[in-house]
Structures are given as C-alpha cells and as structure tokens.
Design a protein around this ligand. Structure first.
Ligand SMILES: [Fe+2]
Ligand SMILES: [Fe+2]
Length: 251
C-alpha cells in the first residue's frame, strides 16, 4: 500500500478552513461554548450540518482510497467501496443543499480531518471495521437524532433529506459487517485487531460523554439503537457501546 495522503494535503477549494479537532474544541471552550456543538439552536444545527458535510466529503475520499489501496481484495469488495464513493458524493450534495437551506455556507466553520485519519488503516478489514462500522455507526446515531429534532422543530426538508442519507448509511454499516467477516474468515488474529481498531474509534467518539444513551433533546449525541439493529449490530454490541459511554473519558 502506498502511504496515505496526509490529512493536510487533501485537495480543497480555498473557502474550506482546516483545523485540528483538538484546537477547535479548545477554542470553543475558551469562548465558553460546549466543546461539541449541541442541537439546541438553529445555529448549532447549522454547525453540526457543516461538520457532517465535511465528514461526507472525507467519507467519499476514504472509500475512493480503499478502492485504490487494495487491488487484491475480492472484486465485490471493490465494487461495494466504489458504490460507497457514489453514495457519499450524493451525501455531500445533500448536505451542501441543507447548509444553504439553513442559511450557512462552506467555510463558515472549520473542517477537522479526524474522519480521514481514521480512514487510513493499513488493513482492509480494519478499515471497514473502523470506518463502516465505527464511524458510520456514529453517523447512524447522529442522523437519527437530527431526524427527530427536525420533526420536533417542524423542518420537513431537514427531516426527509437526512432520512434519505440515513438509509444509505445503514447499508454502509452492513457492508462493513459483511466484509469484516469475509476478509477475516480464516484469520481470528486479523479479526481481533480489526475489532480492536473499531473499538478505539468508538471510544474516541465517546470523548467527554459526547455520545450517550439518552433523550434526543438532552444529550449531544444519542445512541440510535433501532437504526443500529437495522444496520446489523447485535444487541450485545449495542449494550457494549452503551456501557463504554458510562466510563470516564480516557483521553
Ligand atoms: Fe455518508
Ligand atoms: Fe456512508
């Protein structure tokens, strides 16, 4: 595998502003804001939608990179990853439209590259575990919550657009589950390392109690148990995720 593209070398138009996630979080704290934007106001929702839009962009780049990085992978794996590039590119367009709908614009908030950095694992099995199951499982949580909040504030455009994207993300998680199993079928050690990588990503996104098992209006990110079941997570995995959010942050 060639060396992955450094996070600060991803091609962007000048209007994008790139910053480290840690720096953004510290700047928010310095201004008396929560480290991670909640969804309590329309402005906070706009900031979240901007964050998702750049996440979709990096998800598209990550899936494209996976097509390129593993030429010896099964053909159907490559086809799934190529299909995912296409899905993610539509998601970018949908979120650009939503940003416009909410009165925002590209570059209004910084882009962090935490997703891209998670997408650079050197093993294909670790990558689908970390990205498709870890990060896109997180996307299921975030989108499910956003749909509920859009219903509550009476914004059917936001509600339906995010629902369309959630349907795709559920299929991406399922793809991750399928390929994690198939790529590691005869190699339990490889499987163990891939799952460990996914769990390290799950832990990272529980940082500071951001993701919790709670009411959509009350926690920054609520765990979407039903959407996760549809995506192929077992009840045991969902319970483990809930338990992990109750531990004190390790970072
Ligand atoms: Fe997406
Ligand atoms: Fe996705």
């Amino acid at each position: 595998m060639d060396r992955p593209i450094a996070y600060d070398k991803l091609a962007r138009e000048d209007r994008f502003v790139r910053m480290r996630a840690r720096e953004v979080s510290d700047l928010r704290a310095d201004q008396g804001l929560p480290r991670f934007p909640d969804l309590a106001t329309r402005e906070a929702i706009r900031e979240r939608v901007h964050g998702i839009m750049v996440g979709e962009l990096q998800a598209m780049e990550g899936a494209g990179r996976t097509v390129y990085d593993f030429p010896d992978a099964p053909w159907e794996f490559t086809l799934d990853m190529a299909r995912q590039v296409w899905d993610e590119s539509r998601h970018v367009e949908i979120y650009l439209g939503l940003l416009d709908h909410l009165g925002g614009y590209v570059g209004e908030f910084p882009e962090t590259t935490i997703l891209w950095r998670c997408a650079c694992a050197e093993d294909a099995a670790a990558r689908v575990a970390g990205v498709n199951r870890g990060l896109e499982g997180l996307a299921c949580d975030v989108f499910n919550q956003l749909i509920h909040i859009a219903q509550k504030i009476g914004d059917p455009i936001l509600e339906r657009a995010v629902d369309f994207v959630l349907a795709d993300e559920i299929t991406h998680v399922r793809m991750g589950s399928r390929w994690l199993n198939e790529l590691t079928r005869d190699d339990p050690e490889r499987r163990r390392r891939a799952i460990e990588f996914q769990e390290s990503i799950d832990e990272r996104f529980n940082l500071g109690g951001t993701r919790l098992d709670g009411a959509h209006q009350e926690v920054p990110i609520s765990i979407a148990k039903e959407a996760r079941r549809l995506a192929g997570f077992t009840d045991e995995e969902i319970e483990r995720l809930v338990r992990s959010t109750q531990r004190s942050p390790v970072y």
